[in-house]
Ligand binder design. Sequence first.
Ligand code: GAL
Length: 388
Amino acid sequence: MKRTSLPTLLLTLLALAAQAQQRTSFQPGAVLPDNKGVHLNAHGAGAIYDHGRYYLFGEHKVAGPAGNSAQVGVHCYSSKDLYNWQDEGIALAVAPAGSGSEIEQGCILERPKVVFNKKTGQYVMWFHLELKGQGYAAARTAVAVASKPTGPYKYVRSFRPGAGQWPLGFAKSAEQPQPGEDQLKWWTPEWRQAVAGGLFVRRYFKQGQMARDMTVFVDDDGKAYNIHSSEDNLTLHVAELTNDYQGFTGRWNTIAPAGHNEAPALCKRGGKYYLITSGCTGWAPNAARSFVASSIWGPWQQLANPAVGTEADSTFRSQSTYILPVAGKKDAFLFMADRWTPKNPIDGGYIWLPLTFEGDQPRLRWADTWALGVFDQPKGVGMVKPTK
Ligand code: GAL
């Protein structure tokens, strides 16, 4: 028998040890180490699949309260299997403090989402931007581009979308302010009704509409949309992006007027659009909501809380951020959510669960551990032992 040399044996053992460390399942909420053993630092994340790899982009947080504003930028990781993540570094870096850049250190830069534009060959990153020192008042959505998925992304500009454009679903009569609408007392039924009827849309018609929590969705026909919480987070807006995905065409519409939705995440299945959102309770979790529509422009029908079981009323103590189609599997979607820890933001956890459907109703069920094989099971067999 051929004798194996000591160095070869050692190399084999090392390779085996490395393999043994390879993850083969998800553990929602547990520490998620990258290839260097460091918990992923990609909060409010989005992801894409590109040339055989997934790329994950999220807010790089630092320890302590300063971590709730952008000190570093957007962190990128890549993975072949969604379980094992390689650190790809900072994809979009904040500009130095005092530089006067819109994305200078200390601004608020949240929920980055990257999409690939086939026409330009560019990777386009959108995110929610709040200008430094203004709290959450600026309410802008901003764009950066790169020629490689991992970056470096170059900042382009920020927007208040919809300036000078009425939503597609607006009746001509809704363009006229109603007498006394600006004096209505907040949170009264009359005020809510006025909001649903376009109070904020009229107020910000010239300046452009507010844009906070957001996602980007690319449809089968290559058209892309920026979906964001607007109107003081009371109404979601969906706005079509230009062919290069770096600006707005001016076509937009409202979703769930006065419904108070944040954290939008969207997917398409069987020709229908599904939207998962949260209510508006800041960093504290609440019960998710779900919607379905046959056209991205609506009408959107509200469904039930997609989460079921223990802790469904807090979406398993998390808030939606993205729905990632799993490559190579039909109608397989990874629901991605954040378990925020605002006192020490760097500790924030990731709740990644399979998104399944019961008829039109999206469903989220807790599992302590699960693997992508659940998507290959016959309908109804699904989950790896739900434990909660
Ligand atoms: C959440 C929102 C986060 C962040 C936070 C600030 O509701 O989804 O992205 O903006 O509020 O309080």
